[in-house]
Design a binder for this molecule. Structure first.
Ligand code: FEO
Length: 403
């Protein structure tokens, strides 16, 4: 088994989960798997930073054993309680029962409530330091990135930030570093991860990056707990995070619809034609055919959303209802939207989607467009104009924002 050294005497001892597709239940569909990254620091004291999801405990232990006997571990740093990072704690602590477990106060509470282990907990706060010999770890509490217990650990001498969920990607690869993988794929996965996991906590992340900068921490390497380690371009991912945390968006429109017999789908096609003819970048998604995780990723930096649904029993169809519920959890800011759909008699989907979006604080740019049964030529022309008009209002909205 090859040793993977991140910097001298710091090793990646995690696991690659090539085949996971449903992460966090079904909240994240990962078509490229993931990794659970643990890091072993071998100084005068031996420290393990984070563990791996339970089914991969033996793989992590084998990697550790290849470097030092696990019995030699003095400290375990538990940056985060969630089971993808803490799931192997009990098993590793069986091998090094005297190891001290360092975590935040919320971490201690959360770990106890998961595993009920009477472990030797040491609660740390931002700025606390732990000397390992030549190397020193310092801790930075990072509540809600991604749970209340979360923290980052920073190896001062190596300028290495162990950021746990922050800056991660669900990406399984044989390579471990950003200079070894396709940059387009890496950034796409980092964006997907941010959009679907970190987006709701954007204001917290913004403040945390600012706080880290004020602590004079400027990491040369960022080693997250999922995916690839940023050693070539840590500045690049920080820059992207700053843009995402500010909810910056482009003049791009995402059209998402669900259709029962095809009429709402036809409307969507014509609306997209209008948007394209107005010179706007568009992505069109039938929500029953594209996984939500991909659509949310595209919505992260899109200024405009157009949502459509056929009416069923006076309401929207169930897949788009679930999609909107997830979108609401992401708390998008500074977005504009419009709504369309076909109905038979009473209608309801269009009105309910519009109200849902308004309740999310999204500005509705123009009156909704509803069509009875199948759209005729004149109604399809109205759909085209709806797209054209949305584009025009979107561009004006941008101009107003820039004033
Ligand atoms: Fe990767 Fe919040 O756990």
């Amino acid at each position: 088994m090859k040793k993977t050294e991140v910097v001298p005497d710091v090793y990646w001892v995690g696991a690659v989960d090539w085949n996971i597709r449903k992460f966090h239940g079904e909240t994240f569909i990962s078509n490229r798997g993931t990794t659970y990254n643990s890091y072993l620091i071998t100084d005068e004291k031996v420290a393990l930073v984070d563990t791996v999801y339970t089914p991969f405990a033996d793989e992590m232990i084998e990697r550790i054993r290849h470097i030092v006997p696990p019995e030699k571990i003095d400290y375990i740093i538990a940056n985060h309680v969630e089971m993808d990072h803490s799931g192997s704690l009990a098993k590793i602590l069986n091998l090094c029962p005297k190891a001290k477990v360092f975590c935040t106060a919320k971490g201690k509470e959360g770990l106890y409530k998961h595993y009920y282990g009477n472990w030797d907990f040491h609660v740390v706060k931002t700025g606390d330091k732990l000397s390992l010999g030549k190397k020193t770890l310092t801790f930075i509490e990072a509540p809600m990135i991604h749970w209340p217990d979360s923290m980052f650990s920073y190896l001062i001498e190596d300028e290495l930030l162990l950021s746990n969920d922050g800056f991660g990607q669900h990406l399984a690869t044989s390579e471990r570093f950003d200079d070894e993988v396709d940059e387009g794929v890496l950034m796409d996965e980092a964006k997907k991860y941010y959009a679907n996991i970190i987006w709701p906590f954007s204001s917290i992340v913004f403040k945390k990056i600012d706080e880290i900068t004020k602590l004079n921490i400027s990491p040369k390497i960022i080693a997250p707990a999922h995916g690839i380690i940023w050693r070539k371009s840590p500045g690049r991912i920080i820059e992207r995070y700053m843009s995402w945390t500010k909810n910056e968006s482009e003049n791009k429109v995402i059209v998402v619809f669900e259709t029962m017999w095809g009429s709402t789908g036809k409307m969507a096609g014509k609306i997209v034609e209008g948007l394209i003819d107005a010179g706007i970048r568009v992505q069109l998604y039938d929500v029953t055919k594209t996984v939500r995780t991909e659509i949310i990723k595209e919505m992260l930096d899109a200024k405009g959303y157009i949502l459509g649904s056929s009416t069923h029993d006076n309401d929207m169809l169930p897949t788009i209802a679930g999609f909107l519920t997830f979108l609401r959890c992401m708390k998008p800011k500074n977005r504009v939207a419009s709504v369309f759909g076909s109905h038979g008699w009473g209608g309801g989907a269009v009105r309910n989607i519009e109200n849902f979006l308004k309740d999310m604080g999204i500005e509705i740019l123009q009156p909704s467009l509803a069509v009875q049964y199948a759209p005729d030529e004149a109604e399809l022309e109205k759909c085209y104009e709806f797209g054209l008009n949305f584009a025009s209002l979107l561009l004006k909205n941008k101009i107003m924002q820039n004033v």
